[in-house]
Design a protein around this ligand. Sequence first.
Ligand SMILES: Nc1ncnc2c1ncn2[C@@H]1O[C@H](COP(=O)(O)OP(=O)(O)OP(=O)(O)O)[C@@H](O)[C@H]1O
Length: 628
Amino acid sequence: MKNEDDELPAPAGDASDLIARSWQRCRDAGLDAAQALPVPATPPKTLADRLEANARLVAYAQPMLEGLYQHLARSSSMVLLADNAGMILRAVGDADFIARAARCHLQPGAVWSEAEMGTNAIGTALVERCTVAVVGREHFLDRNRFLTCISAPILAPGGGVLGVLDISGDARVAQVHGAALVEINAGIIENRLLETLPDAAVVLRLHATAEGLGSHLDGLLALADDGRCLAGNRRLPRLFGRPAGWSPAGAGFAELFATPWPALLEHACRRGEEPLAVRLRHGGELLARIGLRAGVRSFAVAAPPAAPARCPLDELGSEDPRMAEAIRRAKRIAECDIPLLIQGETGSGKEWFAQAFHKSGARRAAPFVAVNCAAIPATLIEAELFGHVEGAFTGARRSGARGKIREADGGTLFLDEIGDMPLALQAVLLRVLETRRVAPLGGHGEEPVDFALVCASHQPLRALVDHGQFRADLFFRLSGMTVSLPPLRERQDFDRVVRRILAEEAPGREPRVAPAALDLLRRHDWPGNLRQLRNVLRLAVALLGDERLLTPDFLPAELLDAGCRGHGESGLRAVQIRLVQETVERHGGNISAAARELGITRTTLYRKLAEGRGERGAAPDGGGAGGG
Ligand SMILES: Nc1ncnc2c1ncn2[C@@H]1O[C@H](COP(=O)(O)OP(=O)(O)OP(=O)(O)O)[C@@H](O)[C@H]1O
């Protein structure tokens, strides 16, 4: 039988010093080409941590992974993203090849550094900091020789390597143009990271010719609002006649350009993205397209509102560990344009969370536009989101409509219950997210839009993807960062939540909550979560009038019945007893008055009091507090 290895490409004799250097490093490190596959050592938590630490990288790389894979589809290959330690973070590819690759741990969570896996494109690109192809038997470890891998490093805006973009495939299938593909796409990811740097107020795209401006060959320069240079992309040094690896970070605008900074801003404000010829300090001229970042668009005219003293996300109740974790994660990306997905039961505060997220970011001065995908008939969502021109369809508004996406331009679009969005529309939304352009129904042209995206769902979106009800590519696009809000019944800061809502509902006269009432509230299941709690407390405050003590009498009767279900009969009995004791106390020991108020007989009331004292023979009557 023919050995599969015989069909593999042999290492090109002088294939490269680069491969030879890598093999030497492997030998020096004591790696053995025949070594067995170790048991995977990475616990899933580590992968989750790395995904979180690299949230911006993952968010901007994901569309590139999918786009690249479309080029390669059905060619026994996959596209991978690894972090700067070589850990694979994401993989998109043929199901068959993914399964084969998993046999040598080429999968998310595995570390493909040279030290772990010998010469391989990911690990070797990280060491050599350049695009690397490792073909078949060029791999140091025997078990990896069925692969051909091509990787390009992804450089951080401020310098250093952030990660690696890789195409891996069957060594018998030639990866034509693979190196160019990974390199171009790595450059595009770098550009997106630079364009969205949280501190950048202005991003210049520079090119020597008008025809070349706007392509992936542009030099990019990110600047703060005072003209200080923050970072440049890998094409910038050549445009400024500097050596590769030169960084503009820290330089003032006037150190690089002879054109004055205010003139540049004025041009941007008056002429938008129309190219401007800018003079360089050391001679020569480049064409510049000036991008003013959303949220700071009007900074040349008026300063953007200052960030609030306390982060709005912190106001949501960070005393609960799960809320604190959700807040901590969201705060990490609040200043960047990474899509946030909020999962949580109905009424658990997803929209409030989204609003606080918006107010915590650079777009806080721009609109927050919410769309509930479950509340709009499927036939109308498209017009609602994308807008329509006059008479685009029967029933269309005569004047047309801008559509929610264009209303959110510059700000944040919140898509609630995204899981309910029809599949056909998911494809349209994906296109808008990819192109950042929107075409109103019945119109001819597309318009550019710029918004941060926050989505929410009470259904686990991942499960919808697994059942084919939600597009996987859209899911990855939406979930740059996912946070889960705990249901109210599981919140450890329940008492504080009650007090906070009471303070909001009865400002200046916050009532005290009697222990029995708090007990009742704590025991309830709260299927409607914060919304339901607020409604219950709002009603209680209305009934209280001038009274200052919120007792169980002010709570809806069904709270007692429904809420205690599932807590067992003894729990129910304890609540009933506490309720009876409190009522008697409030009536100064007047049993008849208390029984009248509770709607039970005096005998039942005595029995409850006896039960409370732990006296024998006090049988429960089995009814609710109002029975007897
Ligand atoms: N952090 C909070 N503190 C106090 N009350 C809150 C908080 N968050 C939400 N609420 C209350 O709960 C109500 C519902 O909140 P929200 O609309 O954000 O929930 P949701 O999870 O988006 O609900 P749905 O799943 O039905 O869309 C709000 O109107 C508000 O009264």
